[in-house]
Design a protein around this ligand. Structure first.
Ligand code: SAM
Length: 235
C-alpha cells in the first residue's frame, strides 16, 4: 500500500473511541461504522456538515478527521462541522455536560434540532442521532431536507436496529422514520446492520421518466410490435 493510502487510513484510526462508539460497532481499535462517517464527507468533499445529537462526539470527530484530510489535500479550505444538541432526553447528558471528548474545532449549538434548522444552508452531510422517536426523526429529516446542498449529499440516521427498542419499549422509531422519509421523497436508502444500525440516505438516480420519455417509450413499443408482426408475416 502506498504511503499516501496508509496516511489516509491512519486518519480514521487516529480518532479515539469514546462512550457510545460501540453503538456504531467500534470496539478494540476497530472503527466499524466510524469508517462510514469518515468516508462519506471525504468522498463528497463535504464543506458543511451537521450532526444532530451525539452524546460523546464519535461521529463529529470522524467528520472532522475527514475535513482535516480534505484541507491537507487542498480540496476544501476550512473546517465546518456543527453539533446541534439540546442537552435533553434520555441519552447523552453526562458526556455533553462535562465536554470531555468534544473536539475544540467542533461548533456547538445547544438548541433543539428543529429550532436550529433555520440557521443552516447548503449542508453536504448530515447525521441524525437526536430525538429517536418516529416523530422526532421524521421532524429532523423533514426540517433539514430543504437545507441540503443542491449537488450530491448524504444523510445518515443512527439507531436503526437498536434492540433496546424491543426490550424496553424505548421510543426508537429511527428505521421506520428514515425508510418512510426516503420513500416519500423518492430517495435511495440502505440500512447497515452494524452496531445499533445506521441508515444511509442519498439522492436516487432512478428518476421517473419525463413526459417525453414516456411518449418515446410508447412510440418505441409500437414500432417494435409492428417490426415483430411483419417479421412473423414474412416467415
Ligand atoms: C442517543 S444520544 C446520542 C448518542 C449517540 N448514539 C452517540 O453516538 O454518541 C442523543 C443526543 O441527542 C440529544 N437530543 C435529543 N433530542 C434532541 C433534540 N430534539 N434536539 C437536539 N438534541 C437532542 C440528547 O441531548 C443526546 O445528547
Amino acid at each position: 500500500m502506498s504511503s499516501a493510502a496508509l496516511d489516509l487510513m491512519g486518519t480514521i484510526f487516529d480518532v479515539p473511541q469514546v462512550k457510545w462508539s460501540d453503538s456504531h460497532g467500534a470496539v478494540d481499535g476497530h472503527q466499524a461504522a466510524g469508517a462510514l462517517y469518515f468516508c462519506l464527507p471525504y468522498m463528497l468533499k463535504a464543506k458543511t456538515c451537521v450532526v444532530l445529537g451525539s452524546g460523546a462526539g464519535f461521529v463529529p470527530m470522524m467528520i472532522l478527521a475527514a475535513q482535516r484530510r480534505l484541507i491537507k489535500e487542498n480540496v476544501i479550505s476550512k473546517l465546518d462541522v456543527t453539533l446541534v444538541d439540546a442537552h435533553t432526553g434520555i441519552w447523552g447528558l453526562p458526556v455533553y455536560q462535562t465536554g470531555g471528548d468534544i473536539d475544540p474545532d467542533l461548533k456547538l449549538v445547544k438548541q433543539l434540532s428543529a429550532d436550529a434548522a433555520s440557521s443552516f444552508a447548503n449542508i453536504d452531510y448530515i447525521h441524525v442521532d437526536a430525538d429517536h422517536s418516529y416523530e422526532g426523526v421524521t421532524s429532523d429529516l423533514e426540517c433539514y431536507f430543504p437545507k441540503l446542498s443542491k449537488g450530491e449529499w448524504a444523510i445518515t440516521v443512527h439507531d436503526t436496529d437498536n434492540p433496546r427498542a424491543a426490550q424496553g419499549g424505548l421510543p426508537l422509531g429511527a428505521w421506520d422514520a428514515a425508510r418512510d422519509f426516503a420513500h416519500r421523497h423518492g430517495l435511495a436508502i440502505v440500512n447497515f446492520h452494524i452496531g445499533c444500525g445506521t441508515a444511509l440516505i442519498m439522492p436516487s438516480k432512478d428518476e421517473p421518466p419525463s413526459a417525453f420519455g414516456r411518449m418515446f417509450g410508447r412510440w418505441k413499443e409500437r414500432i417494435m410490435a409492428r417490426t415483430r408482426a411483419s417479421a412473423i408475416g414474412t416467415r
